[in-house]
Design a protein around this ligand. Sequence first.
Ligand code: NAD
Length: 256
Amino acid sequence: MLKNKTALITGSTSGIGLGIAKALAAKGANIVLNGFGDTETPQKEIAALGAKVAYHGADMSKPAEIEAMMAFAAEKFGQVDILVNNAGIQHVARIEDFPIEKWDAIMAINLSSAFHATRLALPSMQKANWGRIINVASVHGLVASAEKSAYVAAKHAVVGLTKVTALENATSGITCNAICPGWVLTPLVQKQVDAKAATMGLSDQDAKKQLLSEKEPSLQFTTPEELGELAVFFCSAAGNNVRGVAWNMDGGWTAQ
Ligand code: NAD
């Protein structure tokens, strides 16, 4: 279905980004990975699916490095047809205690990076009259939680950016949509589980149950594989006229 298409997924060495990369690779897309940590294993996992894979280590908080990454992808595979803006970090603290550098980092990585990658991807998508931009927002793009001011502000803004991108390209073959997951058990969330276990004196298992029961009626984590399949749908022909949506996969979190 995605043969001869190239997908660049930011923050894809781990968690949701890697799940989306694998789902797109399984449909035949060439994959450009990005992110920190172990960069070899994810490349091997993508190659094992029969896809062509490349990696660029751009720091998504740095616009010049994002430009270099987009140029690298174009040089490697011709152009980026599918852009998944996924890189993101979290910091949890009350506003009066929120470190300024954490605020700035979350705005740069969770929000501005999506603007930069999108502005750089659009010209070649417009030339081809086909493109898919998928922004990994969050339920926190739609509702708030205490102690997540930067994250909630950035994710609400990502949903806004999604709508503008969709509207500016509405008469073309380029769509832009957001995915809004609830809890997904990735390293980003495990840190929050660990903090809960420590402050409440709970086991890892009980801290997970506690986390889910506070917000997610299904009491289940969404998986990176399930989110990957939603991304595949956005890239399919059936997704041609899905434009500017913020689609929850949140176990009922925002239905309450
Ligand atoms: P994760 O920590 O597993 O993965 C984050 C990825 O981003 C990693 O590959 C990491 O190396 C990369 N990254 C971090 N900072 C970077 C930077 N400066 N430059 C380049 N790459 C960088 O986290 P995840 O849970 O998979 O999160 C992925 C996205 O999904 C984030 O935008 C997050 O806000 C969003 N999200 C996560 C959840 C959840 O419950 N896990 C829920 C909703 C939304």
